[in-house]
Design a protein around this ligand. Structure first.
Ligand code: 5GP
Length: 113
């Protein structure tokens, strides 16, 4: 067994977080080091999927649910417009290998890609 990810520890209540959404399968929190005026993280409670490709292959409905929750959160926090980012692999900046969507919004006027 590998160590639980930071997000599994947040789900378990071992690490505090600011929750903005929760249901049976998904949790969303504020990022501890925001890179945009609105920076939320949306992830499955299960740590079974390391990245978005694993999630897409293993549970596509859960990936779709995360996208829908991202829209709902953007509606609530930043006028419905947002950037959805899944860093995939260390070379792409992924540091937590428990799939998570970054929801970025609130005045992103320049594309970074
Ligand atoms: P990644 O770099 O893997 O795409 O994104 C991981 C994100 O998790 C980073 O933006 C980082 O700031 C955030 N993060 C890491 N540890 C914690 C934590 O303990 N609490 C919260 N709220 N965010 C965290």
């Amino acid at each position: 067994m590998s160590e639980p990810s930071v997000f599994e520890r947040i789900v378990a209540g071992e690490i505090p977080s600011t929750k903005v959404f929760e249901n049976e399968r998904v949790l969303a929190i504020r990022d501890i080091a925001p890179k945009a005026p609105v920076h939320l993280l949306v992830f499955p409670k299960t740590g079974a999927y390391a990245d978005v490709a694993e999630l897409a292959a293993g549970d596509p409905a859960l990936l779709a649910e995360i996208a829908q929750i991202a829209q709902q959160l953007a509606d609530e926090h930043c006028g419905g417009q947002f950037r959805l980012v899944f860093n995939t692999g260390a070379d792409a900046g992924q540091t937590v290998f428990h799939v998570h969507a970054h929801v970025l919004g609130g005045g992103l006027t320049e594309a970074s890609l």
